[in-house]
Design a binder for this molecule. Structure first.
Ligand SMILES: [Mn+2]
Length: 331
């Protein structure tokens, strides 16, 4: 699939207005790919009105990027008036939250541009699906459109594409050779890599710094076999505090926080811990812990969270018991 298909639609419809939509809590890849794609459309059809819409706002990091990039995002885009709709970085209509209904009822053709596997329902609704699962990011796909159309991205468009790729590849850790070639070309266009990359670090709030430091000071350390487990508590920023404790050297960090009867627990571990013990924090620890605490728990292999009822001490004790049980089973 290439841009030719999109070109055809532009010609057939003689479109006047188009809306580009990103998933809820839109991340930098979503808003940056929409911004750059809008640039291509404006370049090809000067009279086309292009709007970027996001369902229920954008992420905190995306908001931070808007300080550097003139991206105009609307939470109430004119979906009804659009001659065609483009979904970027969004593989199900459900991810559009309150905008989903409007998209479903619209008669305008839908184009999907994404690097996630296409959902069958989305495929049925869409006129065109440009999905490349081997692309690092939607921004990488959009950059390819610039090349196909032989359009040179403007300074801000290049910066946006760079940011989207850097974000989705976790600062290029997940980049493959074609990603790095794209990145090199964006740098050749004029992106200052060092300066632009630093835009992806959110300045940390004073209260977050204090929460992290307190959690570290309060951490109780335990050694189970060869693993260092740290248990701590803090009233806010539990996830950030758990990450901080892992950065300091613990293999597993469990940080709890309590508000009235409600307890929140964040769990983090190193990749090595997950790989060598086979313990999946989300499935093996957070989920049963959520059950014990009459709440809910879940998450990924190395990052998970629990919400429930009870006090900090009981919550941490329960969590430790689960960890011990799993670890002794495996040793
Ligand atoms: Mn993405």
């Amino acid at each position: 699939m290439s841009f030719t298909e999109i070109d055809k639609i532009l010609d057939e419809l003689n479109a006047k207005q188009v809306v580009l939509l990103c998933h809820h809590n839109a991340d930098p890849d979503a808003i940056c790919s929409a911004y750059a794609f809008a640039g291509i459309l404006r370049c090809l059809r000067q009279d086309l009105k292009v709007e970027i819409g996001v369902a229920q706002g954008i992420s905190r990091l995306s908001k931070h990027l808007l300080k550097y990039l003139p991206i105009d995002v609307k939470t109430q885009p004119d979906v009804e008036k659009a001659d065609f709709i483009v979904l970027l970085d969004t593989n199900t209509i459900q991810q559009l939250n309150d905008l989903a209904e409007k998209v479903k009822t619209s008669k305008a053709p839908i184009i999907v541009i994404d690097h996630h596997a296409t959902h069958p329902e989305t495929e049925r609704m869409a006129k065109i699906c440009i999905t490349k699962e081997d692309a690092s990011s939607t921004c990488e796909i959009v950059y390819d459109f610039f090349k196909q159309k032989e359009i040179k991205p403007g300074e801000n468009e290049a910066k946006a594409l760079f940011l989207g790729i850097a974000f989705d590849t976790r600062h290029f850790i997940l980049a493959n050779s074609s990603t790095l070639k794209t990145v090199a070309e964006l740098i050749d266009v004029g992106v200052n890599a060092q300066e632009t990359l630093s835009m992806l670090s959110l300045p940390m709030d004073f209260s977050e710094r204090v929460a992290r430091l307190k959690a570290c000071r309060r951490a109780k350390l335990l050694k189970i076999g060869e693993w260092i487990i740290a248990l701590s508590h803090v009233s806010a920023y539990q996830a950030s505090a758990a990450r901080a404790i892992i950065d300091l050297g613990a293999h597993v960090a469990v940080v709890a926080g309590q508000k009235n009867r409600i307890i929140e627990i964040s769990l983090r571990c190193t990749r090595e811990f997950h790989q060598r013990t086979g313990i999946h924090l989300g499935k093996d620890i957070a989920k049963p812990l959520g059950g014990h605490l009459n709440g809910m728990g879940g998450g990924h292999a190395t990052a998970a969270g629990v919400n429930g009822l009870g006090d900090i001490e009981t919550g941490l004790k329960r969590c430790l018991r689960l960890l011990k049980k799993r670890l002794t089973n495996h040793n």
